[in-house]
Design a protein around this ligand. Structure first.
Ligand code: SAM
Length: 224
């Protein structure tokens, strides 16, 4: 019984935060599928990573707010307002997720687990010979609460994302990955430092203070 009332309390607190969250309201107003849009927006505005004409791969893309943001950046300035733009598209977006994804005009989608070779092969096939400009990953494993296994799962996803970037990204491209503060964080920073010339940790304002979530951005591949 005690456990039930504690989880009820947590749900109530979450609901309360959600209702009063300015980013939730803004996302509703601006037509984004989730408040996550403002995390990539802030990272992009700080580092100027996403530009028209690029090839962007969005890993862990569902429900689609990051892809909507990129889709809008690839549209002409006068393409109207409200989430993803429609019509003229200057650039390529490939999105991937375990879950289904409501289509976004012009965004190519692969449903599957990024850790599976067959899914990675589908992505590689879709990318073809084109060098990727930016890889953005908001993927997060289902956390068990057991620190050691959770950090191993996060590390595995990051390792695969770095590997993908090393195999497909332009030498001066960028990889944005969601990571978590806590055990294993310094190893992730080290993995980024070994792979990229510049590594920037960013905690966007849209990422809740109480969340351990943060982002690592690697710019420019080493040894290229
Ligand atoms: N950036 C997204 C947006 O703007 O709508 C939100 C992403 S959500 C926080 C994390 C996503 O990562 C989930 O949809 C989940 O299904 C996906 N994910 C987690 N592990 C994955 C994996 N191994 N392969 C593919 N997707 C994965």
């Amino acid at each position: 019984m005690k456990v039930k009332s504690k989880s009820k309390k947590i749900n109530k607190a979450w609901l309360n935060d959600h209702i009063h969250d300015p980013y939730v309201r803004l996302a509703q107003k601006e037509g984004y599928r989730s408040r996550a849009a403002y995390k990539i927006k802030e990272i992009d505005e700080q580092l100027q990573l996403i530009k028209p004409g690029q090839l962007v791969v969005d890993l862990g893309a569902a429900p689609g707010a990051w892809s909507q943001y990129v889709r809008r950046k690839f549209a002409p300035k006068d393409a109207g307002t409200g989430g993803a733009a429609v019509g003229e598209l200057n650039g390529t977006i490939i999105a991937l997720d375990l879950l289904d994804f409501e289509p976004i005009e012009g965004v190519q989608f692969i449903q599957g687990d990024f850790r599976e070779e067959s899914v990675l092969n589908q992505l590689t096939e879709l990318v073809g010979d084109r060098p990727v400009d930016v890889v953005i990953s908001d993927m997060a494993p289902n956390l068990s609460g057991i620190d050691v296994s959770d950090s191993a799962r996060v590390e595995h996803l990051i390792e695969l994302a770095i590997d993908f970037a090393q195999n497909h990204m332009k030498p001066d491209g960028a990889l944005v990955c969601k990571v978590f503060h806590g055990s294993g964080y310094s190893q992730l920073v080290e993995m980024f430092r070994q792979a990229f010339r510049v590594v920037k940790p960013i905690k966007p304002k849209a990422s809740r203070d109480k969340s351990a979530e943060t982002f690592l951005v690697g710019i420019g591949l080493k040894n290229r």
